[in-house]
Design a protein around this ligand. Structure first.
Ligand code: HEC
Length: 160
């Protein structure tokens, strides 16, 4: 009796394992992953340093120059990540500045100063440690963005 049960449960586990592998492989056929549409125009940056800080802290989600890691292109993680990138681009896109990307610039200085951007899950575990800004970098980026917005037509949208 015990032996029969062993064989049955072993077979059950094997079937479950194969099913899981098949489901995982099928997931890879759903091509929802980050893609980069053409860059149509960036803001008139006040300095290359401001742009460099924005690139390292913001561009993965707020530009068309997102650089996901190879493992981030694997489903189902890729689905989750590309969702964040589309939400991010919808709110603000530095690569489509004059074609709708200006978005929610009313909050931009705020998000940098109170460190709500980049989001905590992004710099979590040091995965994107380069994107985590020091207080000095936060200040520099906030000041630079203020000047950049002033000369690129932004910041008066009032957020929302
Ligand atoms: C890991 C992805 C990611 C990174 C990196 C990131 N953001 Fe965001 N951001 C989002 C998402 C998603 C939204 C829209 C949904 C939300 O509000 O959380 C957003 C929304 C915003 C908004 C709209 C207002 C708001 O709070 O919703 C601003 C402004 C913003 N981000 C600025 C920045 C700046 C500046 C940086 C770099 C310092 C940055 N973000 C980095 C994902 C990101």
């Amino acid at each position: 009796m015990g032996k029969v049960m062993d064989v049955v449960s072993r077979r059950w586990w094997l079937t479950a394992l194969i099913a899981a592998v098949v489901v995982f492989l099928l997931m890879q056929l759903v091509p929802i992953r980050v893609s980069n549409p053409p860059v149509t125009g960036e803001p008139n940056w006040d300095s290359p340093q401001t742009r460099a800080l924005a690139v390292k802290a913001c561009f993965d989600c707020h530009s068309n120059e997102s650089k996901p890691y190879a493992w981030e292109k694997i489903a189902p993680l890729s689905w989750w990540i590309s969702g964040h990138v589309s939400d991010g681009r919808a709110a603000l896109n530095f690569s489509e500045w004059n074609t709708g990307g200006k978005g929610e610039t009313g909050d931009i200085i705020e998000t940098v100063k109170n460190a709500s951007m980049p989001p905590g899950y992004y710099t979590w575990l040091g995965l994107h440690s380069g994107a985590k800004l020091t207080p000095a970098e936060q200040q520099q980026l906030a000041d630079g963005l203020k000047l950049t917005l002033a000369q690129s037509g932004g910041g008066s949208s009032g957020g929302g």
